[in-house]
Design a protein around this ligand. Structure first.
Ligand code: BDR
Ligand code: CA
Length: 322
């Protein structure tokens, strides 16, 4: 049985790759997509989600727009990395997938409450605004969710400040709510995602799979690589968001260890820092984990496998003959 995941995202180049991986790998099933203002405005990232879903044939999962701004702070946006459209340099089709009329927060709640307890995994890859509001609006979701596997934070490093990562820094109050609910949380932060580097060798290997989704993926990585080189000084760009999906696909791709986690809200230099307490072994019942080591070979093999499945007309998404 595939693991049922709900993607809460702000596409965004790496969010788009997370969608490709999630839709193309039979070990997970995307049961919904919600959008949140982050990398770009809500309007732009929602259009991008619909267009990417159209381009990759992800037509069954409902897609709903969530919150347009953080709970407390002024929106940051990340045009320098993702462009004015949120998917700079990427040519997308007109969306044929319709937007679900519900608010994204309502879609999250409806999906979890309609499923069996422990069935749904939430995979947020943007600011945590929608997830925090869902937990406040319908507290029963907290004990019904299997796990929250989020891309955000970092146990030792940041990117928008020396210690704070973009998704958490954009809405630290929302992250504080999410980290302090007792559901199982795995934080797939920068310490892990900086191991998922789209090197020229990786790009050449992915490019060997012919087809339109590969073309889309290569244009995504192309723009993102130059932005990461110019803005952040990376020789090869880290594809953050698909790492959270990879953990859901197969936890052996992403090693994680339990550690207490919290979010700094009041710091002068440290607002939005995710604080991991490594001073002693995690206490019994610790509900938070941090991702530590990526099996990069298995990760890129999963991305390549998704490309193969999504572009081979003689196989279903599950890789079985039609
Ligand atoms: C995160 O910030 C966003 O720009 C990316 O999409 C990713 O989710 C990395 O810090
Ligand atoms: Ca993102």
């Amino acid at each position: 049985m595939p693991r049922k995941i709900l993607l809460d995202c702000d596409p965004g180049h790496d969010d788009a790759v997370a969608m490709v991986l999630a839709h193309g790998d039979p070990r997970v099933e995307v049961v919904g997509v919600t959008t949140v203002g982050g990398n770009q405005t809500l309007e732009k990232v929602t259009r991008n989600a619909l267009a990417v879903a159209t381009a990759i044939g992800m037509t069954e999962a409902p897609i709903a727009a969530g919150c347009g701004r953080p709970l407390v702070r002024t929106p940051e946006l990340a045009a320098q990395v993702h462009g004015e459209s949120g998917l700079g340099g990427v040519v997308l089709p007109e969306p044929v997938v319709a937007l679900d009329p519900r608010h994204g927060v309502q879609l999250i709640i409806d999906t979890i409450m309609a499923a069996d307890p422990g069935e749904i995994t939430l995979v947020p890859t943007g600011p945590l605004t929608n997830i925090a509001l869902a937990a406040r609006l319908e507290p029963r979701i907290v004990e019904r969710v299997r796990e929250v596997v989020l891309m955000g934070g970092g146990q030792h490093i940041g990117n928008v400040t020396p210690v704070a990562e973009f998704n958490v820094h954009t809405d630290p109050e929302a992250a504080h709510v999410v980290f302090n609910e007792p559901w199982p949380i795995t934080m797939v932060g920068l310490d892990l995602t900086h191991q998922a580097l789209a090197t020229p060798e990786v790009v050449a290997d992915l490019g060997a799979v012919p087809g339109p989704v590969t073309d889309l993926l290569l244009s995504i990585i192309g723009f993102y690589a130059s932005a990461y080189r110019d803005v952040r000084g990376f020789a090869a760009p880290p594809l953050h968001d698909p790492c959270a999906v990879a953990y859901c696909i197969d936890p052996s791709i992403v090693a994680a260890e339990p550690v207490p986690l919290d979010v700094e809200l009041g710091g002068h230099l440290t607002t939005g820092m995710t604080v991991a307490d490594f001073r002693r072994p995690a206490p019994e019942g610790c509900h938070t984990k941090v991702a530590t080591v990526l099996d990069a070979g298995a990760f890129w093999a999963a991305v390549k496998g998704a490309l193969v499945r999504l572009q081979n007309p003689s196989t279903t998404r599950a890789g079985e003959p039609r």
